[in-house]
Design a protein around this ligand. Structure first.
Ligand code: ZN
Length: 330
């Protein structure tokens, strides 16, 4: 039995269609709210929905919302957008990187998480088993006490380091994956520590073809990408349009190098659009439509000029690969 689990229910992998594999839609991360970083709060459901509607207008069908509980997601708002636009949204169970845990847990979450003050306190004082049970409930019962279930499980690590609490969440997420068969995703800070994550996942007996590594394009190193790809895992190039990190040509060349080495079936592409200034309808940004409307034609032209079949690769990165990556295989 194989299916993809969306907030609206389980679907067949073939129903997913054109998919962004790592986005944030409506969220109010406590860590950033406490520090007055308004740009990082996607806190207006109607504005977020207008950007998602633009994505749909260009033919988008599905979005993976990579926002975990510790990043202040608004499950009800995201589910409402999915309903109102008739678009598939995959939710995320699990955790983010550790520095975000130095933030207050909102009162409404305490009946679900436990009576802790901060996320760090919760993760430190809970056993791995208790954290595993929490993640399993988010996949099998629903996110944050709602009936809307997660379609992937996530953990994260920091820049060039993995803290003991990050390792604890990695192990809890791996064990929840074994129990639920949910696909796994990770945050790598600036693309680092992917290989170290792999070692820990192997120690938990994880088959790496169930894994996608986020933010691989933040570390535009073809040798490193090859080491990750060799394990069978998916690589998420989810920093499209972030020229402050690298020009588009760098990301495209890294992708085409992986294609040359035979890994075209393991590549995902998305925008990780998590700031008001990236959204068109919050603050005049390029918007959620940018990749499907502008980047895809540029990639096709660029790839074709270099002797690749650009159209075929786009079908893989946005349709075929997500359909395999996000499938539960029971
Ligand atoms: Zn993200």
């Amino acid at each position: 039995m194989s299916f993809i689990r969306t907030l609206k229910g389980d679907i067949q992998p073939g129903e997913l269609g054109f998919t962004y594999s790592h986005e944030h839609i409506v969220c109010r991360p406590a860590y950033w709210a406490e520090r007055g970083e308004d740009d990082l709060l996607l806190d207006d459901k109607e504005k977020s929905q207008l950007d998602v509607q633009d994505f749909k207008k260009y033919g988008g069908r599905s979005i993976v919302d990579a926002t975990a509980v510790d990043y202040g997601r608004d499950v009800q708002a995201v589910k409402a957008i999915s309903d109102e636009l008739d678009l598939h949204i995959v939710g995320t169970a699990g955790f983010n990187k550790s520095f975000l845990w130095d933030a207050q847990i909102k009162e409404e979450l305490k009946p679900i998480i436990g009576n802790y003050t901060t996320y760090a306190e919760w993760i430190e004082k809970s056993s791995i088993n208790a954290l595993t049970e929490f993640v399993i409930r988010e996949v099998e019962e629903g996110l944050e006490g709602t009936p809307f279930k997660a379609g992937q499980v996530k953990f994260g690590t920091g820049y060039n380091r993995i803290t003991p609490l990050e390792e604890k969440t990695l192990r809890a997420v791996a064990r929840a994956h074994h129990e639920t068969k949910a696909p796994m995703h990770s945050h790598t800070e600036a693309g680092t520590m992917g290989l170290e994550q792999i070692e820990l996942l192997k120690s938990e007996g994880v088959d790496l073809q169930y894994m996608s590594f986020g933010h691989m394009d933040r570390n535009p190193d073809p040798y490193y990408h090859e080491q990750v790809a060799k394990t069978g895992a998916f690589l998420s190039f989810d920093g499209i349009a972030k020229i402050k990190y690298a020009p588009e040509s760098t990301r495209i060349q890294c992708i085409l190098e992986l294609v040359n080495k035979g890994y075209e079936d393991q590549i995902l592409v998305s925008g990780d659009t998590a700031r008001k200034t990236y959204y068109k309808h919050y603050d005049h940004g390029l918007g959620l439509e940018y990749i499907i409307a502008k980047w895809v034609p540029r990639f096709i032209d660029d790839a074709n000029r270099q002797g690749f079949d650009g159209e075929k690769l786009i079908q893989k990165f946005f349709v075929d690969n997500p359909a395999r990556c996000f499938t539960f295989k029971k």
